[in-house]
Design a protein around this ligand. Sequence first.
Ligand code: TZP
Ligand code: MG
Length: 224
Amino acid sequence: MSELNWHDAAIREALQVYFIMGSNNCLKDPMDVLKEAIEGGITLFQFREKGTGALKGDAMFELAYRMRELCRRHSVPFIVNDDVELAIAIDADGVHVGQEDEGAAAVRERIGNKLLGVSAYNIAEAEAAIRSGADYIGVGPLFTTQTKEDAKAASGLQVLSEMRENEIRIPIVGIGGITAANAGQVIRAGADGVSFITAISHAESPTAAARELRQAVQAVRGTS
Ligand code: TZP
Ligand code: MG
């Protein structure tokens, strides 16, 4: 069983370079993209198989399982987007849910000590996520994104500083339009890490892209 005992510092570390992907985000074999991203130093992976052309049924399960195994071999935490049943079936390290998904408190009941991430667009949603037992929140879209079909308007970085000024101390990962060029600003504004899809999934070299993102984050956080 993958019941990692998540403590605050370990969560903040895992959030640093948080890669999210499904097969339809990739321009080549998703297993190759993930392998290269791991080589470049991602600190966590989220399996997010959704939207137009997403795999379903056995094909989806098989890809999730293979990715889960690859991450496990490299000690990269593996999180499933939305699908609690899948997360339990393949013994993922955690689940991430949005505001429109199964209630976070109900998910917490089902997953025990696994990591629980919840998307939050504003302070009220952040407070509700904390009350529901979230281990971290994903805040965004911070910048304009083409990747999420139903994404809200970009909030800008001030939502992060506002959250921190309002005693929201939970680990935060920023999302939406993040690249190596703006990742440092996201950390400076109050996030513990950055999450992104296309910055790696569309990169010619996912390894090089992951390395650049990692350097950008760690230049501000001061860790290695
Ligand atoms: N949630 C808010 S924005 C987003 C999600 C899943 C998509 C992020 O994709 P990209 O390519 O990093 O902008
Ligand atoms: Mg969702």
